[in-house]
Design a protein around this ligand. Structure first.
Ligand SMILES: [Zn+2]
Length: 472
């Protein structure tokens, strides 16, 4: 760590200022939302105008893209859609801080010890794993980080957590655990480490999702966290372990994100742990886009982010219809403006106000829905493999972003690669999967290269990264 970062991490004034700004933003957000939909829309409009004016003035990329538009602040609907590919290709021109340099950031990201630390002493940077084909690099300024933290505070102050047994949490030292892909600068681990660096008095520990489940269970049992955050598939596996008596946690709250969460899965997890589960919808492009409610909807933080469900030609999709994609505008982060960005998620807006009473717009998102794979070891033991762990080991080893792992039998997996990656990525990807299976005691499970490219599900049309035998 360079001395500047160290000074920042331990500077109490800095920490106090950041805390003050988070508390102020949280109070403002609660107040705005308390005033209802019109106040939320006004806050959105004001933040959007400020962001667009800032981008036009300070980002050469947007200045060029919007040069055909009249002077002043154009309406959001008049702005052209942008994609990850074009933003990443114009990285230095996209950023509004002219000192940010793609090669310099690549050097910073090249060191894993930097995960969650400040780049240039100011920014937090994370990468996306690139399930849509192109990995992304996302730079967050102080204002964005304060807004994300404020939104978490607002969520914790909400009705879902009213039922939390915080005294039990305090009795357990308020320990917090995250089970995630921690091998690179991904948004979840970078955010977690940032908070841990900034608040050294908190007891926080992360666990690699690529570890065998019994190791994760043993680690959590020894740590006894009051708060656990992970992917829905991991929490569901942990809930099974808890129900079977192999895990003995008494958490006050659970936090899920990164994958779709069905109502049935949420209820099973909450039942097993006896505490509420918050489901967060976020992305590397905007850490906190919305939260799930008890009625099974996601509510967009529309005072901080704009999500437009659109068809193939980027025309608005009517409420009730599944969109082709969604356009994201992140109102919190001005150093790397995300304005009408094609997020490639599909969503359906509610046709009426959600019965939960939230003034925020309700949507359903077709999230990542990869399968847990159950393999049988030589001694007959069933070993369940977390899909995010399988995809992470392949991405890390082979730098490949379009692939699919399909279970052909209880002791056979096949890997499908895009034609462009096949020659280069097949060998390292297969080696990584082999090592992962070996670590899980599955030496008897074979892993083969399939002739075919990744295939969408014939039944529901979804392209899954991991497909279990049960689905075939
Ligand atoms: Zn609701």
């Amino acid at each position: 760590m360079d001395p500047l970062s160290l000074a920042r991490l331990i500077d109490p004034l800095q920490m106090a200022a950041a805390q003050w700004s988070v508390a102020t933003l949280a109070a403002q957000t609660l107040l705005t939302r308390g005033l209802g939909a019109a106040a939320i829309a006004a806050a959105q409009r004001q933040r959007c105008d400020t962001l667009v004016a800032h981008a036009r003035l300070h980002s050469p990329f947007y200045r060029k893209r919007w040069r055909h538009l009249p002077a002043g602040v154009p309406a959001l609907a008049d702005l052209p859609v942008v994609t990850k590919q074009e933003l990443m290709a114009a990285f230095d021109d996209w950023c509004t801080d002219r000192a940010i340099d793609a090669r310099d950031i690549a050097r910073f990201l090249g060191t894993r010890a930097h995960i969650g630390e400040r780049y240039r002493g100011r920014y937090v940077v994370w990468t996306s794993s690139g399930t849509t084909g192109t990995p992304g690099v996302f730079v967050q300024d102080e204002a964005a980080l304060a807004a994300y933290d404020a939104l978490v505070s607002v969520q914790l102050a909400g009705s879902t957590f009213a039922a939390c047994d915080w005294s039990a949490a305090l009795a357990q030292g308020g320990r917090a655990a995250l089970v995630t892909a921690d091998c690179d600068h991904f948004a979840s681990i970078a955010s977690w480490r940032r908070v841990a660096h900034g608040k050294p008095w908190l007891d926080m520990k992360s666990f690699a999702v690529t570890l065998p489940l019994p190791d994760i269970v043993a680690g959590l049992d020894a740590y006894r966290p009051a708060f656990i955050a992970s992917y829905p598939t991991v929490l569901a596996l942990l809930a099974d372990e808890q129900a079977a008596g192999r895990l003995h946690l008494r958490p006050a709250a659970l936090w899920a994100g990164g994958e779709a969460l069905s109502r049935a899965a949420r209820e099973a997890i909450e039942d097993a742990f006896g505490c509420p589960l918050i489901n967060e919808y976020g992305a590397s492009e905007c850490l906190t886009i919305g939260y799930g409610c008890r009625e099974g909807w996601l509510h967009v933080n529309s005072d901080w982010a704009i999500l437009e469900p659109v068809d193939r030609d980027h025309r608005p999709t009517p409420p009730g219809e599944l969109s082709h994609t969604v356009l994201l505008t992140n109102l919190a982060n001005s150093v790397q403006p995300i304005v009408r960005y094609d997020l490639r998620d599909r969503a359906r807006a509610a046709t009426s106000r959600c019965p939960c009473g939230s003034p925020l717009p309700a949507i359903q998102v077709e999230g990542r829905c990869d399968d847990v794979v159950a393999c049988t070891a030589r001694d007959g033991t069933v070993v369940r493999l977390v899909p995010l762990a399988l995809t992470t080991v392949v991405e890390e080893a082979a730098d490949v972003h379009r692939f699919q792992i399909v279970q052909r039998a209880v002791d056979c997996l096949v890997l499908r690669l895009g034609a462009a990656d096949r020659a280069r990525a097949a060998a390292p990807a297969l080696r990584a999967l082999r090592a992962h299976l070996d670590r899980h005691g599955l030496r008897n499970v074979t892993v083969l290269l399939d002739d075919r490219e990744p295939q969408a599900d014939a039944h529901d049309g979804k392209l899954r990264g991991v497909v279990a035998l049960a689905r075939r």
